[in-house]
Design a binder for this molecule. Structure first.
Ligand code: SF4
Length: 254
């Protein structure tokens, strides 16, 4: 049985050909956009920051930035990491990551406003009662808020902030909420929280039980579509330049 993730489903919706390369043929990624590379390093360092903070050992901002640079140097490979916006040096993105971390650190230090229940927390759940539609995901941080609400926190390092209407329909964090309800029950409210680090902003959203029922149904319908797909057409889109299979795809489908 295939276990689905939000990114697996989103890949199919965005471009079935990309889904085919990534999840059917399982072709290893040939390249990675530097924006995604920087986002991963920021996530790693914030994960580590909270691992220390929950033990009462809060690192200084300088130590956190030092660790970020160490992660960057450890992973950076200029043959694999691609810069789509030509003429922009890697240092531009490296510095952007530093600014994201500085903002977050200064805003939330000493990191005790809320209770951290988990960092990079894996959730596994099914969308149906029979267990046919299995899902998994990894939550950046699970939190108990001051009002007792269970919060799903997500860090974003890109510039784009969706309109509130879009966030109110966002699938990813709402699916994670479904996963957490199995663990924490329904006795308290839930909240979805996005940190737009580059823009220094935060957004929240809530889901009603009815919305979650509809989300389960809609997501199962997309999974049915994926499972019965007979072909995987190319669907060019605005993110093709960042697609890890662009060279292969454009050569195979000129
Ligand atoms: S380059 Fe574009 S069209 Fe080709 S697989 Fe990637 S997302 Fe799809």
């Amino acid at each position: 049985m295939t276990v689905y993730s939000h990114s697996r489903i989103a890949s199919f919706e965005k471009c079935p050909k990309q889904f085919h390369y990534r999840y059917v043929l399982k072709i290893p990624a040939e390249r990675e956009g530097i924006e995604a590379f920087m986002g991963k390093r920021v996530h790693e360092v914030l994960e580590r920051l909270y691992e220390f903070a929950v033990r009462g050992q809060i690192p200084s901002l300088e130590q956190v930035i030092f660790r970020y640079h160490a992660f960057w140097d450890e992973h950076y490979d200029d043959k694999r990491v691609s810069i789509v916006k030509s003429g922009t040096p890697p240092s531009f993105y490296r510095d952007l990551g530093v600014r994201c971390i500085e903002y977050y650190y200064r805003r939330f230090h000493p990191f005790d406003q809320t209770e951290t229940l988990g960092v990079e927390e894996e959730v596994q759940f099914t969308l149906d009662d029979e267990g046919k539609y299995a899902m998994r995901g990894v939550i950046d941080r699970v939190v108990r808020g001051q009002d007792g609400a269970i919060e799903v926190h997500d860090y974003k390092t890109g510039r784009y902030i969706p309109a509130q209407k879009e966030l109110n329909q966002d699938r990813q964090l709402a699916l994670y909420q479904i996963g957490l309800r199995d663990r924490y029950g329904d006795d308290q409210p839930y909240r979805l929280v996005w940190h737009y680090l580059q823009r220094k902003e935060q957004r929240t959203s809530n889901r009603t039980p009815e919305q979650l029922v509809a989300l389960r149904k809609d997501t199962m319908a997309v999974i049915d579509q994926i499972e019965t797909a007979e072909d995987y057409p190319v669907q060019r889109n605005r993110l093709c330049d960042w697609c890890e299979y662009k060279d292969r795809c454009f050569a195979e489908h000129p």
